[in-house]
Design a binder for this molecule. Structure first.
Ligand SMILES: Nc1ncnc2c1ncn2[C@@H]1O[C@H](COP(=O)(O)OP(=O)(O)OP(=O)(O)O)[C@@H](O)[C@H]1O
Ligand SMILES: [Mg+2]
Length: 208
């Protein structure tokens, strides 16, 4: 790929404030008039949104862990092929709400399928585009759950036990340790404004 744009991913446990900050980032990039697209993984393609619905539907209690992992990987490569790679090739930056790190944390660590298997089934996506920068919203899952309690109905993954969400969090910490150059952790327990300042500082410090 002749990559001209930057690829940034936003990661963190449920309720860590990713969507809140992504809304602020949209305004920030619009004001800068930088050509940037915002996408979510899973989703952001016609096929991907259908797969997302399948994955998150609370009625799908019979879904096996392996099926879940493969559906996320299928959804992701559709997003990579249809949106992310074409955007990066034409010089548009891409900011993605979650990416492969989420699968490693949720399906690899919390479901217990292992980091290697998740990397293997995501190799189509990983070979085409690794993020230039990943911002990890570091918030202990208990706090994220409390924040989400005021919210809409929970989806199939959000409904998992606190123990599951702790494993996800520990998975992220392990990724942070493994890829310190790419993944930057920010304290997501601070106010929305303080968190946004940290996000902005990290993005502005990156080589554009
Ligand atoms: N810094 C903050 N301090 C307190 N509450 C916050 C903060 N940031 C976001 N919230 C609130 O926490 C809840 C979850 O935030 P948000 O939806 O942005 O998280 P998320 O990481 O996108 O969650 P998910 O993984 O489920 O998509 C929302 O009600 C939001 O208003
Ligand atoms: Mg969100």
């Amino acid at each position: 790929m002749n990559k001209k744009g930057k690829f940034i991913t936003i990661e963190g446990t449920d309720g860590s404030g990713k969507s809140t900050q992504l809304e602020l980032l949209k305004k920030y990039f619009a004001d800068k008039k930088t050509d940037t697209v915002f996408v979510r993984d899973p989703g952001s393609t016609q096929i991907g949104e259908k797969i997302r619905y399948l994955i998150l539907d609370t009625q799908n209690t019979a879904m096996s862990d392996e099926t879940e992992a493969l559906l996320y990987a299928a959804c992701r490569i559709q997003l990579v092929n249809e949106v992310i790679v074409p955007a990066l090739e034409r010089g548009t930056n891409v900011i993605c709400d979650r990416f492969v790190d989420s699968s490693i944390a949720y399906q690899g660590f919390a479901r217990g399928l292992g980091k290697e298997k998740i990397e293997l089934i995501n190799s189509f996506a990983l070979e085409k585009c690794m993020p230039d920068l990943t911002v990890f919203f570091n918030l202990p899952p208990e706090k994220g759950m409390l924040r989400k309690n005021n919210q809409k109905e929970l989806d199939r993954i959000e409904k998992e036990s606190i123990n599951f969400h702790k494993k996800v969090y520990n998975g992220y910490l392990s990724l942070l340790n493994a890829y310190p150059q790419r993944i930057h952790s920010i304290d997501a327990s601070l106010s929305v404004e303080e968190v946004f300042n940290s996000v902005k500082n990290i993005i502005e410090a990156m080589r554009w």
